[in-house]
Write a protein that binds this ligand. Structure first.
Ligand SMILES: [Zn+2]
Length: 386
């Protein structure tokens, strides 16, 4: 992501037409086209729902999203969900295979995507998995990007999205030691491993949630192409998230619907980035999701009080609402610009090792990663009512 910068502007599409010259044949053709267009417009008008009805359906989704209440767990339940998070599995099974170069369109990217798919595919919840590939122009020419998507119940009317980016930035290897390459441990191998561990830790309850056909389901998104190939610009960055937000905005949901889209079905996008170092300070970025940020603060406090967090000096060490350090460009932007509520879980200021070869396993802090995963396990479980 970009340290500086403001929100990207929404794209403006020019729909202007130029007028053609006139000849008798052309006039006849124009008349025929005109008649045809009129017929098509009339047919569409007669078959279409009144626009007030379309607005109503979208309004229902927003009303349900705004009215959504999380479960508030007892101490026993907090303990149960915290105990399901396995720090060793997170590190050894989920993280370690991700600690390689993961540049879009390379074999390294393909290998880690296979890892993500096989981990999720081995769970009993029965995730619907998809590789969402597309080609985009970059400063290095055309590149194939692939987002990895996992949905628990694709037919559920609403979704909670948990997201990270799986690609790594192109950085030169250490000139003194060419084997020392950029692995982006916090950027964003660890956030991806945390999401894999959350899916694994909550597997039994997620399977039950799917069986109950609950209204809100969970979707995991592993974006490709978050990083710029050269300098961060609106076109050289966020390749995967720009593609997916645009795709979801034109995908009917429920399937076949003429009323609402997949993007409108997103209750909340929770984006994890740059997590893994010690003492992260994660601030609240958006007023409209402040009540959800409060649930993170509450989970941190409650887990601390139960002695379930390690190397955690005070009950409010990570999540803070009392100050703000400015906007950050990241994969949430294409969703935010389309009205999706966002929780952006990223430390500010950025870690000192950001975009250097030091963003490696040695600089990570395992107790912090395990603590954050426990907090998120409570958050997700409460949100979905597991
Ligand atoms: Zn980065």
């Amino acid at each position: 992501m970009s340290r500086a910068g403001r929100r990207a502007n929404a794209l403006h599409v020019n729909n202007g037409h130029a007028l053609a010259g006139c000849g008798p044949l052309r006039v006849l053709l124009l008349c025929l086209c005109g008649a045809l267009s009129l017929a098509v417009v009339l047919a569409l008008y007669l078959s279409a729902e009144p626009s007030s009805s379309l607005q109503q359906h979208a309004a229902h989704l927003i009303r349900d999203r705004n009215a959504h209440k999380p479960n508030k767990y007892s101490v026993a339940q907090i303990k149960k969900f915290a105990a399901q998070v396995d720090g060793h599995r997170l590190w050894e099974t989920h993280l370690r295979p991700l600690l390689n170069e993961r540049v879009p369109g390379t074999a390294g990217s393909q290998t880690i995507r296979q890892h993500i798919l096989s981990q999720l595919g081995s769970l009993s919840a029965g995730w619907t998995l998809e590789e969402n590939s597309f080609v985009s122009s970059t400063p290095k020419g055309k590149v194939t990007f692939t987002n990895v998507l996992a949905v628990l119940d694709p037919s559920a009317s609403r979704r909670l999205l948990l997201a990270c980016h799986h690609d790594s930035k192109i950085l030169p290897a250490d000139p003194k030691n060419p084997k020392r390459v950029f692995v982006g441990a916090s950027d964003s191998a660890i956030p991806c491993a945390m999401i894999l561990e959350l899916a694994t830790a909550l597997d039994t309850q997620l399977e039950a949630l799917k069986r109950q056909r609950s209204a809100v389901t969970l979707q995991l998104v592993f974006f490709d192409g978050e990083e710029a190939f050269e300098e961060w610009t609106e076109t050289d960055s966020l390749y995967g998230s720009r593609h997916l937000a645009e795709l979801m905005a034109r995908t009917p949901h429920p399937s076949g619907s003429t009323k609402t889209t997949l993007l409108q079905a997103v209750d909340l996008l929770v984006l994890l980035d740059l997590l893994g170092g010690p003492e992260p300070l994660i601030v609240n970025h958006f007023d409209n999701t402040a009540r959800w940020f409060d649930r993170l603060i509450a989970a941190e406090r409650r887990l601390h009080k139960q002695g379930l967090l390690t190397s955690h000096p005070s009950e409010q060490s990570y999540f803070r609402k009392d100050f703000y350090l400015g906007p950050v460009q990241d994969d949430h932007i294409p969703f935010l610009n389309r009205g999706v509520p966002v929780l952006h879980l990223i430390p500010t200021p950025f870690p000192v090792f950001w975009h250097t070869l030091d963003d490696a396993e040695e600089r990570m802090h395992r107790p912090t990663v395990e603590n954050l995963t426990r907090i998120l396990a409570i958050f997700v479980a409460e949100y979905l009512g597991l």
